[in-house]
Design a protein around this ligand. Structure first.
Ligand code: HSE
Length: 438
């Protein structure tokens, strides 16, 4: 059956939230109305835009007569609800209400999905409506649909991504402009990349929510925000960035979701967000500024990489509108898109089960036997050394050295035990940093 907007009654669209993304969604609904109708098979009639304040200044593309503060009534008269408010409440209640009233939902709300995804998927499934969320992960980059649909016949082994543009921008400016962390965050705020309160980005919560969503889709397993082993970028220094470069790496905040097997042979998934040393010749090392990229490894497909803008009004609106056209097509033609796939129900393993190469940087006394004592602690935990680099510093009579030890792949648990043992050696002045290497 061909899609023809002339034969299907218009579908009523409600937009919740009119910030940067909401405004761009409204703009394209207004300016691209005919084209979107032709693609979707029905006209998309914007019936209201829920906002917190009716008086706030707005782009003139937003028809003020459509504004309302009564989001609850708005969702009840819509066929499709586009939720762009963010946060947990009232977004959660409104999405559930929309679904109960038979509306399909398009959302960009990663925090809500990572916290309450299963309840929302179940409600949408029970109501026979769609819940689409391409914009929740990596903005404009099509990654939800490829993992959820295109790779549905393959076995995903690992997903590695730079999914937070703010932290990528911060780390990139620390590297290229030699800024300290605080200064780089301030610059990101001045340019509108970072929020006034940058906690969700710099502490890795935003990336962890996206990692949970991607892991759930990739491994057909429910993974929640709390399952993600998370380390942000706040402890990183300009020195960490410099040493990364000296050793042929670029420091990135990576989200990693992978299939893994415990030492006892138990299969599961591991989901982590952590600052990671990416070898400079790896495709993710070239992801600069506020761009995002996701690298997927699948059994049959091999390696795939997705790259683009992970935030911003127009790029995020692109993903929202793609979902909007999809859910409207389903309404026109009958049927619905994929439901939650969580049948594999793999256990989410503790971060200690992760295996990685690590780079450990130590400040030590420069005297005979130091290297041997440090090395023997690694050997005691069965952690094998791949390379050691030593740089001497002298200040008056005081001779110290920076030791940069790169290990072969080792379990995180063994590495942590090693670092603890090394840190109390009298010849070790300071464990400066411990970073995984991709
Ligand atoms: N704050 C996010 C980022 C964009 O910096 O990538 C929205 O998820």
């Amino acid at each position: 059956m061909a899609l023809s907007p002339g034969t299907h009654p218009p579908l009523r669209v409600a937009v919740l939230g009119c910030g940067v993304v909401g405004t761009e969604v409204v703009r394209r609904l207004v300016t691209e109305g005919d084209e979107l109708a032709a693609r979707a098979g029905a006209r998309l009639e914007l019936v209201g835009v829920a906002v917190r304040s009716l008086d706030a200044e707005r782009d003139p593309v937003v028809d003020r007569s459509l504004l309302t503060t009564d989001a609850e009534s708005l969702v009840e008269k819509a066929d499709v609800v586009v939720e762009l408010m963010g946060g947990i409440e009232p977004a959660r209640t409104l999405v559930l209400r929309a679904v109960e009233h038979g509306a399909s939902v398009v959302t960009a709300n990663k925090a809500l999905l990572a916290q309450d995804g299963p309840a929302l998927y179940d409600a949408a499934d029970a109501a026979g409506v769609d819940l689409y969320f391409e914009a929740a992960v990596a903005g404009a980059i099509p990654i939800v649909r490829p993992v959820r649909e295109s790779l549905a016949g393959d076995t995903v082994l690992r997903v590695v991504g730079i999914v937070n543009g703010t932290t990528n921008y911060v780390l990139d400016s620390m590297s290229t402009a030699g800024l300290g962390l605080e200064q780089a965050v301030k610059e990101a705020q001045a340019l509108g990349y970072a929020e006034a309160d940058p906690t969700a980005d710099v502490e890795g919560y935003d990336a962890a929510a996206k990692a949970a969503i991607l892991a759930s889709l990739a491994f057909h397993t429910r993974v929640a925000l709390g399952d993600v082993d998370r380390v942000g970028i706040t402890a990183l220094t300009a020195d960490d960035v410099t040493w990364a470069e000296r050793t042929g790496h670029v420091l990135k905040l990576l989200a990693v979701a992978e299939r893994a097997r415990t030492a006892e042979g138990r299969d599961g998934v591991l989901v982590r967000v952590q600052p990671t040393l990416v070898p400079s010749d790896h495709p993710l090392a070239g992801v600069r500024q506020a761009f995002n990229a996701v690298f997927v490894e699948a059994e049959a497909a091999g390696e795939l990489m997705f790259y683009g803008r992970g935030a911003g009004g127009a790029p995020t609106a692109s993903a929202v509108l793609g979902d909007l056209v999809s859910v409207v097509r389903h309404r026109v033609l009958g049927g619905k898109g994929p439901v939650e796939s969580s049948h594999a129900d793999l256990p989410v393993l503790d971060g200690g089960e992760a295996r990685s190469r690590y780079q450990v940087r130590l400040e030590v006394d420069d005297r005979p036997g130091v290297l041997a004592r440090v090395a023997s602690e690694l050997a005691a935990q069965d952690v094998s050394i791949e390379s050691v680099r030593q740089t001497l510093q002298t200040s008056g009579d005081d001779a110290s050295a920076t030791l940069v030890i790169t290990t072969h792949t080792a379990p995180d648990r063994a590495l942590r035990a090693t670092v603890e043992a090394v840190s109390v050696l009298d010849v070790v002045r300071r464990v400066v940093s411990v970073l995984p290497v991709l």
